[in-house]
Structures are given as structure tokens and as C-alpha cells.
Design a protein around this ligand. Sequence first.
Ligand code: HEC
Length: 176
Amino acid sequence: MKWIAFLPVAVAAVSGVAAFTVHASGYAEKKAAPVFGVTIPLGYRDWRLISVAHEAGNLNDLRAIVGNDSAIAAYREGQFPFPDGTIIARLAWSYVPSEENNKVFGRPQSFVAGPATEWALQFMVKDSKRYASTGGWGYAQFNKDGIPADEAVHKTCFPCHEAVRTRDFVFTRYAP
Ligand code: HEC
């Protein structure tokens, strides 16, 4: 009955996978954001990378812009406007110095992602019929606990993204 000896290892491995799966899926879907009724899309944390950005000033964060399959395909094939079903996510974290990394570099140069910010998650969801009056995009912002921002915040999204109307309201270019 040698396999019994391996049982705890197998159980640990399986529960390890389960724990990782929960973590990797990102924030759980909670409440729909006001104005556009967008909820946090399942699996967004596994989406592919479009680009990265850093905002200084009041925001002072590190961000990753990721997209679902439809977003990635459209970018790579130059298919604009983005088709219905496209979702682009912007994830933001504070950044903190890494003593661990600085030690191996021998000087203070390393910053890494810290806790997610209050504006941790933003999404643009393409549905040309439902969101016809805002360029075909629904907008949503959630904090690090998955709580949506208020209506006033959601009314600022489209007017600012209008600046890039000619690029289907999307600022981020695909980083090669
Ligand atoms: C003051 C102008 C402004 C406002 C207001 C604004 N955005 Fe943006 N947004 C930007 C700019 C500039 C970028 C690209 C640079 C960056 O990511 O920091 C961007 C990037 C994004 C991206 C990544 C795709 C893209 O267009 O590059 C998403 C998703 C997004 N914003 C959603 C939102 C949502 C949701 C809101 C409202 C809650 C919002 N934005 C409000 C200016 C704005």
C-alpha cells in the first residue's frame, strides 16, 4: 500500500492548484458599476498583455493593460473598430522599493508592484448597440475590493476617451 504514503502529497498538490486558481482569477465578480452596468469579467487576470504604463502625479501607479481574446486579435490584425465582445482592462498597483532586489543590484534602483490602488480596475466593454451613445464602449471602475466607483466618476470616462475617437476611443497602443 505504498500509494498511501503519497496521498498527503497528492492532496497538498491538488489543494495548492485550487488555491492558485482562486488567486489567479483576480477579484471575484461583485456588483455592477453604475451608468453602464458593467461587472468585473471573469478571468480577466489571465488575459494577455497589451502594454504597460506608469502614471506619476496624484496617481503615481504602475499599470498593465490587458485584453480578452477579441481585443488581442483585433490589435494584432489591425481590425478597428474593435468588434463587439472586446474587453480591455487596465489594472493599477502602487509601487514600492524592493530591498531584496536592491541588495542584489548593489544600489537602490528597484521598484515593484505594491498593493492595488483605489482605482485598481478599469474596464472598457465593446457593445456597439447597448453603448451606442458612448462610442460603443461601456466603462467601469472598481477598487481593490471589487467595489465600483460612483456615478460621477463613471461620467468622466467617455468625455476624456473621446480625445482618441479616431482610434476607437482607446489610448493604449499594442507594445511589440
Ligand atoms: C482625464 C482623462 C481620462 C479619464 C477621465 C478616464 N480615462 Fe481611461 N485612460 C486615459 C488615458 C490617457 C489612458 C492611457 C494611459 C494610461 O493607461 O494611463 C487610459 C486608459 C484606459 C484604459 C486602457 C485602454 C485605453 O484606452 O488605453 C481603460 C480600460 C480605461 N482607461 C478605462 C477608463 C474608465 C473606466 C474610466 C472612467 C471610470 C476612465 N478610463 C476615465 C484617460 C482617461
